[in-house]
Design a protein. Sequence first.
Length: 655
Amino acid sequence: MAENPLFAPSSLPYQLPPFADIREEHYLPAFERGMAEQLAEVDAIAGSAEPPTFDNTIAALERSGRLLARTATAFYSVAASASTDGIMEIEKRISPELTKHSDAIRLNRPLWARVKQVSTEDPEEAWLLEKYREDFVRAGADLSETEQERLRQLNEELSRLSTEFAQNLMRASTESALVVDDPKELDGFDEDRISSLRRDDKYVLPLLNFTNQPGLVQLTDRDVGRRLYTLSVERAPQNFGLAIRMATLRAERARLLGFPNHAAYSVADQTAKTVEAVEEMLGQLVGPAVRNARKEAETLAGQAGFPIEPWDWSFYSEKVRQARYDFDASAMRPYFELDRVYRDGVFHAATLLYGITFTERPDLRGYHEDVRIFEVFNEDGSVLGLFALDPYAREGKRGGAWMNNLVDQSLLFGEKPVVVNNLNVTKPAAGPTLLTYDEVNTAFHEFGHALHGLFSEVRFPRVSGTSVPRDFVEYPSQVNEMWITWPEVLANYARHHETGEPMPAELVEKMKAAEQFNQGFMTVEYLAATLLDWAWHKLEPGQEVADAEAFEQAALEAAGIAFPPVRPRYRTNYFAHIFAGGYSAGYYSYIWSEVLDAESVEWFKENGGLKRENGDHFRRTLLSRGGATDPLTAFREFRGREASIEPLLKRRGLT
Ligand SMILES: [Zn+2]
């Protein structure tokens, strides 16, 4: 084990983890040594004979645990994107250990006593100190020994359950895949697509993230659509039981920590702050959204000639878009070639706005051969960081799209950011990768998170880049979506992959007109998932749930969002955001952030759009601040005033 590459800091540029040298058996020893090292560091801080200062306590904590952080970053990137049975085993074993480890720090009484005594005049330090105090209190630092003992048990079990939930779900995407013998049943898919699904003498279509599988748009055989949809909503049924158990444990934990339920605990350190604030906002949206979806359902039924079932929705809404707006979404794909979308679209927009440029570094390797790495430069030629792109779906990769850091920017360590964007685009058997419009949207969205990470210019890793409240973090990424159809940008990247011809202007116009249709569906699907999350996390200790599916139905009805043709974007059994991610009682964050997003889009438009000055203003006031300041203060500095909900209501057709 002498040459475990995780033991020493990476010698690669930007401290990129040395994935080419790391083998599965390196992780556990590195985790173990990393935890032991950090505990020793923490003991030294807690037991210091010096009077507590910011530097010997808070900054010292920031400097601790370097090996552990390095190991966890590399490991969890692999576990999310290129997992194997071996990695899953390690994950199962290590997740509860890590939970125990973080409790050992946050529940360390002498350490907490010192943290409470620290004071500082420096604003960035004061903000970080406040974050630390909040972290300690929220982790239970003020509870009695017996309460802390129970808290440790709850955290450990929750951590185990959450790993189990995620792993069940990852397996379900192939175990519950749609399998057909006769390729005729896949009518609607093109030849290439069908041949890429071939496995021996069968055709296998794996499940993707959402309730509404993207294949439903094209599949013409209604019964095949029904089967695919049913497989989707019924996948990973063992997760229903896990969800009940997790919601129950979270309710108990929230009560221990002095909150009526997990939702109240969860929003207390968010920009929303209270359950009432979230409910007031959601309350404004539900009624109009359901009315819009009902109208859309009538239109679809008119098109189909029969009442719409949930598995019909995608297919017939596409038909309506074709009939009513003369728009065919598949006509766009030849204009969205992956490389070009990035080089001439995503990157190009960032160059026009922020002056940054990108150079691919084929000499640098990610955790999988499909990961591509780019070096990013400021306008003056100085280096900014690395951007890694992992576009393709694969077995062992979780669903959806996300951004994460491989290295956190911090002035403390003089480290530049290394950020990754993960997508789940189907890799073609051969030829260019053509994207759907939704996938282009995802590319711009995730790159908005990447910019938030890359532009970070803060002192401490704890508040680097996207380390902001969850109900704020989606805001910069949503803003970046505004450039997708910005004329200068679109004309630059949307070119036919064979002829190089620009996308016809009328196709773009039709697409924009057609976008208005289906807003009801999208808002209801999203709100239903949000309210389901909310219901699970407003459970109070002692409230028993016997049947998760019955609970789900009752919750949707009680919230006024139950509309049979439109089910939640995620049902309980595959709602990884809330049972295996960081979004418990936090799925509202997307629409909450969209208030700031809609306001910011207006600001850009009022100020001349895609201009360097505008990019610089957004970068300076907001993106570079990371989590090192109050997020709403940063927003006010950017916008010049408080946000109002009106632009959002207008955008979603909810006025
Ligand atoms: Zn996002």
